[in-house]
Design a binder for this molecule. Structure first.
Ligand SMILES: [Zn+2]
Ligand SMILES: [Zn+2]
Length: 206
């Protein structure tokens, strides 16, 4: 994979056709996303031939656009947000989640931060996308503390964007109860449940 140069890159997946996408009903739109995920997976197999094919669900609710769910063995997408943001899902969210999926299956992947070097290298080098991490669908509505951090306690801790940014830059936080170090466990904009155990999840680029 290529280095993290700041130069713009050429997307590896074909551009999505907004007019064609706009004409699709929900079922056809979801089929189109599955086909897109298949194309993204084929690309990922060029660097990791043993990468399992992720299953695809459209059961993600709330404000998260997509989530790579390793224990369930696939990628979850938000059908409502897909309907409202068709091009962005095809061009950005699908490769974003597939990049998480790929990184997790690399030898060093389980230790990698969700949007760390490895993920950024895949986004840039494999998919030809600028690895930005934004929340453009949900900035106005999102929970002020959507970042879940885990220790040994059952309940995750919630971090604000500012605290999360600090942690991603290397600041370490500990749980006052169990004294364990807090590790990033996923993004949850507020009303999603069942993130427990997921290694990473993401909103539109969280
Ligand atoms: Zn704890
Ligand atoms: Zn992500």
């Amino acid at each position: 994979m290529t280095s993290l140069s700041p130069t713009p890159c050429t997307p590896a997946l074909a551009p999505a056709d907004p007019h064609a996408l706009a004409r699709l009903d929900r079922g056809a739109l979801q089929q189109a996303l599955v086909a897109r995920a298949e194309a993204a997976w084929e690309l990922a197999r060029e660097v990791h031939p043993g990468l399992p094919r992720p299953r695809i669900w459209f059961d993600l609710r709330g404000r998260s656009a997509g989530q790579a769910h390793y224990q369930r063995g696939g990628l979850r997408f938000n059908a409502t947000l897909l309907d409202e943001n068709r091009v962005a899902f095809m061009e950005d969210i699908v490769p974003h989640e597939m990049a998480h999926w790929l990184v997790f299956h690399l030898d060093e992947g389980r230790r990698a931060r969700p949007h760390g070097h490895e993920w950024q290298r895949v986004m840039r080098g494999l998919y030809g996308l600028v690895p930005t991490v934004t929340h453009r669908f949900d900035v106005a509505r999102a929970s002020p503390m959507p970042y879940l951090y885990r220790c040994r306690c059952v309940q995750p801790h919630r971090f604000s964007a500012r605290r999360h940014a600090g942690a991603q830059r290397g600041a370490r936080y500990r749980c006052r109860r169990c004294r364990g170090e807090l590790d990033y466990a996923g993004y949850d904009a507020g009303d999603a449940v069942g993130l427990g155990g997921a290694q990473a999840s993401s909103g539109p680029g969280d």
